[in-house]
Write a protein that binds this ligand. Structure first.
Ligand code: IFM
Length: 450
């Protein structure tokens, strides 16, 4: 396929719809001991035996710390409007209370380069790389960490102000809280029901505490937060309750406090013994208005009650899955967006801040890699966004995850989400067919909109 096909009346073809690509600091940068950076919880986790597949770590990753100039040039070559990246907290504040000018300078060069090349920058402050010195004091189980995050947000926004076009406080607080502190399969590897819910409240509090600081230091930028969300479907007509609960815990729990100023009753009732300490005023802080909501969508969940009455996921045998084992279900993206629009009165504009597929595309042959499953994935999910917009949802942008293959957390480097192939031996970048198709789509759109 030469370019992604969209109906001629699609809002996605208009020039004010933002197309971008996304990455995050620990997944691509490397340079973990350079520029004054100190360890994050992911450096520690990767060095703990049996936590990450193949013993992989982010020490070098895509070596973006050194190759960022060529990477930004490559991003511009894709014809995107914006680049979504994240800042590594331990580069900016390598020690408690200390701001590192070298860390700020690293990101400033990237931001300036993007602007010089006509791209906007969407910057996430927290994409999971908590400074280890804060974890040593309890990490997200310690309420104080929320205030440390506000200090960090102050340092970044005082320096960059409106230069960052769009600020994101947190990426996927569900993953930080539940994979990190409840189930233990992400850093810092803590397992405990109460811990998961406590960490989630402190993360949301951190978001809320940062919002007024960001607004005051960057009054012309946009400010918001990014959630991962999978719509849930009942396996049988008896399982609607299981699907409803799954959505409540997986994303209403994180979105409701921001957009409704309360936690969902379904979760509060079922998890009564695990409820965190919520101080008076916390929900007012967390529900400060946001300018947009970011949604990361990959797949759906089909849920049922098992014989013990517990809720469990049902694998859809026979359906198409990606290499990482996630079902390909584009209708879920339309359904999700419509459900969000119905659940939240006056929901702010939505950006799809991540969407993509991990495919088994390890080898480049004669400079080419035909990642046809990813091409189909992007095509069907762009259609799904178009359908949601036609159903009345306001979606203002779409960011492909990811620009290039990178460190996929507990899966290490064996899962490749990139539109660009990375040879980790040589750091050679090669555009896969999905990237070429994205580029052709965006260049054709620009031509049409001239
Ligand atoms: O790679 C991650 C990213 O860091 C956050 N969202 C999901 C992606 C794929 O797992």
């Amino acid at each position: 396929m030469n370019k992604y096909q969209l109906p001629s009346d699609s809002k996605l073809l208009q020039s004010d719809f933002v197309f971008g690509v996304a990455t995050s600091s620990y997944q691509i940068e490397g340079g973990v001991a350079e520029g004054g950076r100190t360890p994050s919880i992911w450096d520690t986790f990767c060095k703990t035996p049996n936590k990450v597949d193949n013993g992989d770590n982010g020490d070098v990753a895509c070596d973006h710390y050194h190759l960022w100039q060529q990477d930004i040039e490559m991003i511009q070559g894709l014809g995107v409007d914006a680049y979504r990246l994240s800042i590594a907290w331990p580069r900016i504040m390598p020690q408690d209370g200390v701001v590192n000018p070298e860390g700020l300078a690293f990101y400033e060069e990237i931001i300036d380069e993007c602007h010089a090349r006509g791209m906007k920058v969407y910057v996430t402050l927290y994409h999971w790389d908590l400074p280890q010195y804060l974890e040593d004091k309890g990490g997200w189980l310690n309420r104080e960490t929320s205030y440390k995050f506000a200090e960090y947000a102050r340092a970044v926004s005082a320096h960059f102000g409106n230069k960052i076009d769009v600020y994101t406080t947190l990426n996927e607080p569900f993953v930080s809280a539940f994979l990190g502190y409840r189930w233990g399969n992400h850093a810092p590897g803590i397992k405990g029901e109460r811990e998961g819910f406590l960490a989630s409240h402190h993360l949301m509090l951190a978001h809320g505490l940062a919002m007024p600081i960001l607004r005051s230091n960057a009054p012309h930028s946009k400010h918001g937060v990014v959630f991962n969300a999978s719509p849930a479907y009942p396996a049988t007509s008896k399982d609607q309750g299981a699907a409803d609960y799954s959505e409540a815990e997986n994303y209403h729990w994180f979105m409701d406090p921001v957009l409704k100023g309360e936690y969902p009753q379904l979760v509060v009732e079922r998890q009564l013994v695990n409820m965190p300490m919520i101080l008076e005023g916390d929900l007012d802080i967390i529900s400060a208005p946001v300018d947009y909501v970011g949604i990361n969508y990959y797949s759906r969940d089909v849920m049922r009650y098992n014989e013990n009455g517990d809720i469990e996921k049902v694998i859809q045998e026979g359906a198409e899955h990606t290499f990482i084992g996630w079902e390909v279900y584009p209708q879920g993206l339309t359904d999700l967006l419509v459900r969000l629009n119905e659940r939240y009165d006056n929901i702010p504009p939505i950006y799809i801040t991540e969407n993509g597929a991990a495919c088994d595309d390890h080898s480049v042959v004669n400079g080419q890699l035909n990642d046809e499953q990813r091409v189909r994935y992007f095509q069907s999910h762009l259609n799904a966004v178009d359908q949601a917009i036609k159903a009345g949802v306001r979606v203002d942008g779409y960011f492909a995850w990811s620009l290039m293959d990178n460190f996929e957390w507990a899966f290490g480097y064996c899962q490749r989400f990139g539109m660009v192939h990375v040879d980790y031996q040589t750091q050679q970048r090669t555009l896969k067919q999905s990237a070429i198709t994205y580029r052709n789509t965006l260049l054709a759109r620009a031509e049409e909109n001239k």
